[in-house]
Design a protein around this ligand. Structure first.
Ligand code: HEC
Length: 132
């Protein structure tokens, strides 16, 4: 009798857990969607959110104006380095770092840029994923 109760209890827990993980998988923040849809992942990974860099066959090396090779950083934790206004300028190529601007100008709308930069300063503030 006890065994039976325990078994159904365990099965119930397992079902609840499966449901929960399914729900969180579909729950991608809008900023993250903009990030992947704008192909930021061609150059950047975000380990803390398990977002991998997508390499394509026509991948070129990224170089600055003087031909120096640039390493696009993994963006885990980058959100603590600057505020949303800074990231907005960076992604519009109005902001320099080490004497050069970003490789890629953001092609989306102002609204999307706002969502994207707000996501960067909140969800990328930590080297580990933010607890929901
Ligand atoms: C063609 C490659 C490339 C693509 C595509 C790209 N980046 Fe970058 N990104 C770089 C490189 C290289 C750096 C390192 C800074 C530098 O040396 O220019 C960088 C740096 C950054 C930084 C860090 C800035 C700092 O110093 O704090 C952020 C944030 C960033 N990129 C966001 C994005 C976002 C968002 C997208 C998509 C809209 C994107 N990147 C697409 C190459 C790329």
């Amino acid at each position: 009798m006890w065994k039976l109760t325990l078994t159904s209890f365990a099965a119930g827990i397992a079902l609840i857990c499966m449901g929960a993980s399914r729900a969180s998988a579909g729950d991608v923040p809008a900023g993250q969607k903009i990030f992947t849809e704008n192909k930021c992942t061609q150059c950047h990974s975000i380990d803390s959110l398990k977002i991998a860099k997508v390499k394509s066959a026509d991948d070129e090396e990224v170089k600055d104006e003087n031909g120096k090779k640039l390493e696009p950083p993994d963006l885990s934790g980058i959100g603590k380095d600057h505020d949303a206004a800074w990231f907005t300028k960076w992604l519009k190529k109005e902001q320099e770092v080490d004497g050069h601007k970003h490789k890629k100008k953001f092609k989306g709308s102002e609204d999307e840029l706002k969502t994207l930069t707000e996501w960067i300063v909140s969800d990328l503030k930590y080297n580990v994923p933010k607890k929901k």
